[in-house]
Write a protein that binds this ligand. Structure first.
Ligand code: NAP
Length: 521
């Protein structure tokens, strides 16, 4: 069983007691008392005696991230004295401290022998593990700062080949998945902070995130893993939406953020290592900026399947990884669910089939990634598309590429948007996105729409953009960016699980995250 351990820096008795109680209430299964900064032995003994959860007692060396400046001998003497009050409490001592100690610590407590490297992967990692195994200890703990997401795999390998209960974690944003997936690999524990202000190591997630966002109670050895590949990914709403959907449908899956640096080589290295890694059970990926084009290139290089639409758009936002037994290697399939999400958002509002769009004239504002997807999708359905973009050359190139496939695609100046006579308007620019929420693609002018006009915004933060407000005031029907976001995620969920997506749950999750603060990106 992998315990969820909350580290608490002890400063005074009352505060430590409060924080322990809060951690227990939040679902902690173990508490690490960091006593780097206190030497009040009776107070610490009191904490240990009163503890109702398993405790780890740690007075960390400043060489390995500790806050105090005490000598090794003083630290050992302190933990010996405090730990004696509760022989069941674990004591964490660094391998380096044990090696340099004049004599072994006098402890009847179970020992965690640990090593921490804040600079990166220790050069002697394998030797360190051999040396730890040679020590009379109950648990090995090895922690280092991940240089890339691939470092996590080595942490998982350490757990898979452990000779005794082991903690193997990577610090930093790149290392976050080692914390979230520790339970899948049978680690002795994983750490989670009480809140983001009280993290004791970089990249630590909060106990609330671990329990609810990352399905801490549901994860097991057989859990299938999914994730969003991008840079940045820290503020992505996809983990919230997909994990809530797994929870709702009781699907044994977990969705995590996968930070992969920009550049094709980084994407390729990620795919080559993570997809093939035995035991990770990576079964599906959402792909976001800056890797949508890289994903298509990778799949093409590997002669893997990518649907015609993705190829036409030049971007993949979804990868299905089929790991069924009988295949010599996992089979990859690339798709673009943004495409269908844009079309279905519009056709549902218009109450028409996709081919009914051939009767419509649609303004697409923007010629970036989303604009390209919208133009490709609408033209394929036979719509007449007018592209409005700040940079004219980009719009011209896009029109030239898709004109005649199947609908007509033409270009008009962005300043003339309010003079347009289209029946559908789709903003695919970032105009009006948080924090510049007062901006609108209509500029200083006001649109003159009627109730027969439909106006859609891809921007979902805020949900109600200035662009949509102006369209609504003019009388148009509107579709917010949440609709597209939920639909593309729902299509991914269905591709990965074969289950109908719980659309209401998905909408509620996104709304709940966007409505209160409006600060997500
Ligand atoms: P992108 O590839 O960078 O394209 C940005 C587009 O916006 C370009 O056409 C750019 O024009 C235009 N633009 C940016 N700032 C502008 C300004 N101040 N004035 C006029 N035009 C401006 O971005 P993207 O990936 O397509 O994303 C665009 C928006 O769609 C973002 O807000 C994103 O959050 C949203 N989005 C939503 C969903 C969803 O599911 N709802 C999915 C994907 C994206 P130039 O060509 O002149 O630079």
């Amino acid at each position: 069983m992998t315990r969820l351990c909350v580290p608490i820096f002890v400063t005074d008795f009352a505060r430590a007691k409060r924080e322990i109680a809060t951690a227990i209430e939040a679902g902690a299964e173990m508490i690490e008392l960091r006593i780097d900064e206190v030497i009040d032995v009776p107070m610490l003994q009191g904490l240990l005696q009163e503890a109702s959860l398993p405790i780890i007692l740690t007075c960390r060396s400043d060489r390995e991230g500790g806050r105090g400046h005490r000598s090794d001998a003083d630290r050992i003497a302190l933990v010996e004295e405090v730990a004696a009050s509760n022989p069941e409490a674990y004591v964490d001592l660094e391998l380096g401290t044990l090696e340099s100690a004049a004599s072994p610590p006098v402890l009847s407590n179970p020992l965690i022998v640990s090593t921490h490297d804040f600079q990166g992967r220790p050069e002697r990692l394998n030797n360190l593990l051999i040396e730890m195994n040679g020590r009379p200890a109950s648990v090995n703990k090895v922690v280092w700062t991940a240089r890339s997401i691939r470092d996590n795999l080595e942490a998982f390998e350490i757990l898979q080949s452990r000779q005794r209960p082991t903690i193997a974690l990577c610090m930093g944003e790149h290392g976050m998945i080692s914390r979230i997936l520790a339970k899948k690999f049978g680690a002795f524990l994983t750490f989670a902070s009480l809140d983001s202000d009280r993290a004791t190591a970089p990249g630590q997630v909060t106990i609330d995130q671990m329990k609810s966002l990352y399905r801490g109670d549901a994860v097991g050895a057989a859990t299938r893993i999914y994730g969003v590949v991008g840079s940045p990914v820290a503020h992505s709403m996809s983990p919230a939406i997909h994990n809530a959907s797994f929870e709702e449908t009781r699907f044994d899956g977990l969705y995590v953020p996968l930070l992969v640096n920009a550049g094709y080589e980084s994407f390729k290295a990620f795919m080559e290592s993570m997809v093939l890694f035995e035991g990770l059970d990576l079964c599906g990926l959402s792909v976001t900026i800056p890797h949508k084009e890289n994903a298509l290139r990778y799949l093409t290089e590997k002669s893997a399947e990518a649907d015609d639409l993705s190829r036409r758009i030049g971007a993949v936002n979804t990868i299905v990884i089929d790991r069924r037994l009988g295949h010599s290697a996992p089979r990859l399939r690339g798709l673009n669910t943004d495409y269908g999400a844009i079309l279905d958002s519009i056709t549902t509002t218009l109450k028409i089939e996709r081919n009914g769009l051939a009767e419509y004239r649609v303004a697409v504002i923007g010629a970036g990634g989303t604009g390209r997807t919208a133009v490709a999708a609408l033209a394929a359905c036979g719509a007449t598309v007018v592209i409005y973009n700040r940079t004219r050359e980009r719009a011209d190139a896009l029109a030239a590429e898709f004109n005649g496939h199947t609908g007509h695609v033409v270009v008009a100046p962005l300043e003339k948007l309010c003079d347009s006579c289209c029946q559908v308007y789709v903003n695919t620019t970032s105009i009006g996105m948080h924090p510049k929420i007062d901006a609108s693609a209509f500029g200083d002018r006001r649109p003159r729409h009627g109730a027969d006009v439909v106006v859609m915004d891809a921007v979902y933060n805020p949900i109600q953009t200035q662009f949509l407000r102006e369209a609504e005031t003019a009388g148009a029907r509107t579709i917010n960016g949440l609709e597209m976001f939920v639909r593309q995620a729902a299509a991914q969920f269905e591709l990965w699980t074969g289950l109908p997506a719980p659309l209401k749950v998905m909408r509620d999750v996104v709304e709940a995250r966007l409505r209160p603060s409006g600060e997500h990106t």
